[in-house]
Ligand binder design. Structure first.
Ligand SMILES: NC(=O)c1ccc[n+]([C@@H]2O[C@H](COP(=O)([O-])OP(=O)(O)OC[C@H]3O[C@@H](n4cnc5c(N)ncnc54)[C@H](O)[C@@H]3O)[C@@H](O)[C@H]2O)c1
Length: 371
């Protein structure tokens, strides 16, 4: 039951991210230490979590008054209306700031319950127990909380950090393969943007991670990813500069998802994978990266059967619409499209360095698509 502990620090606030295999037993002693006055725990839980984990957590927390708030995970849950209902339930049951909300689910449950926690009596103790690979390597780190608006995704929210994150990789055993790939996409992104030996490590270990769900390797990948994400978060908590490097591939990905009406034939991770490949190819065409780098990235995709070609999903005539959607991205402050491109493995361009008029991108798009 060993775990690795990462200490996340931001402006005087500190919390731990514990990464391990089968480590939920650690919850009661940590809660006692971090929230000594708590008497109530609200567990916001995803319906798809296997029952044995829900029972385990309830048993572990038998000394508290427990409230279970169970939800089906979907982007529809992330609404202001649903937040209001959850907050009212907590207030009705006299939750105080010293009490605790625990998220037991993926990024949807995490974003939703963290935002509710940030506004209940101006901030109640929040603990995140992420249960998808994506939430373990990405969404549980960095303090962004939020819900969707009819005007776009994640437009209502706050920055609010948890008291503790427990990333227990045994929880992802029940995760469908496509969701594993979603998390892997962000792991690969971390390996591409940050100078370390992580990419080399992934070249060797991706097959074991993706095909055999080797939990020891997944644990290491989660740990390495957390460290890289934290590096950028610590430099730029409110995302006005360097943190935007974490958006590598995502401007393409968001446009792909929107053009596809968020339909299930392309999920977020697959869109990110395609987006990173498009960004890499564009980097090559713009002479920002070498052919050698392009081929290295392509190789890891091909070896692991990762989706990289949007031609399977879109006609040539639709490219222009994708570019239009990219210029609407909320991270663009002017009419040009801001992109993070790849210089070499482990090094990207800086935020604001590459701004392309949409006309130029439309012109070059058919070339990006040729592999
Ligand atoms: N806050 C941030 O910084 C940040 C970063 C990235 C993404 N996000 C958000 O995260 C969300 C996506 O997160 P996600 O990919 O985890 O999606 P998700 O929470 O919807 O989970 C994906 C699917 O897996 C199921 N699931 C969850 N845990 C399971 C388990 N252990 N076993 C079996 N099934 C399980 C869920 O019910 C769902 O069907 C999006 O809303 C996105 O906006 C937030």
């Amino acid at each position: 039951m060993s775990h690795i502990e990462i200490k996340a620090k931001n402006k005087g606030q500190q919390y731990s991210i514990l990464v391990g295999n089968d480590i939920l037993n650690i919850l009661p002693p940590r809660l006692k230490k971090l929230c000594p006055k708590a008497t109530k725990v609200g567990i916001v839980v995803d319906k798809k979590i296997p029952k044995k984990y829900k029972t385990k957590i309830k048993t572990l927390l038998k000394n508290y008054k427990i409230f279970i708030f169970e939800y089906t995970s979907s982007e529809k849950l992330k609404s202001f209306n649903n937040i209001n209902k959850l907050v009212e339930k907590c207030l009705k049951n006299n939750f105080n700031r010293s009490d605790i909300i625990i998220a037991l689910g993926g990024g949807v449950i995490g974003d939703f319950s963290a935002f509710a926690s940030s506004i209940i009596k101006r901030g109640i103790n929040f603990i995140n127990v992420p249960t998808t690979l994506l939430s373990q390597v990405d969404s549980s780190i960095g303090g962004k909380t939020g819900v969707n608006s009819e005007y776009g995704k994640n437009l209502i929210g706050s920055f609010y950090e948890p008291k503790l994150v427990i990333s227990d990789v045994s929880l992802i055993k029940s995760l469908p393969q496509r969701e594993i790939i979603c998390g892997y996409a962000e792991i690969l992104k971390h390996a591409l943007i940050f100078k370390s030996n992580f990419f080399k490590w992934l070249e060797i270990n991706s097959k074991e991670i993706l095909q055999n769900k080797n939990l020891n390797l997944i644990k290491l990948a989660v740990y390495k990813s957390c460290k890289i994400k934290l590096y950028y978060v610590n430099k730029d908590f409110k995302e006005s500069g360097e943190r935007m490097i974490l958006n590598f591939g995502h401007t393409f990905a968001h446009a792909i998802e929107t053009k596809n009406n968020y339909s299930k034939n392309i999920n977020h991770g697959e869109a990110v994978l395609m987006g990173m490949m498009l960004a890499t190819k564009l980097s090559y065409l713009k002479k920002i990266t070498s052919k050698k780098t392009l081929l290295k990235v392509l190789e890891i995709y091909k070896k692991n059967n990762l989706q990289f070609n949007i031609n399977k999903f879109f006609k040539k005539s639709e490219y222009s619409k994708i570019v239009d959607l990219m210029s609407n991205d909320k991270k663009n402050n002017d009419k040009n499209i801001s992109l993070i491109l790849l210089k070499r493995i482990g090094k990207t361009t800086l935020p604001g360095e590459i701004k392309l008029p949409s006309k130029n991108l439309k012109k070059i798009f058919p070339k990006i698509m040729k592999f």
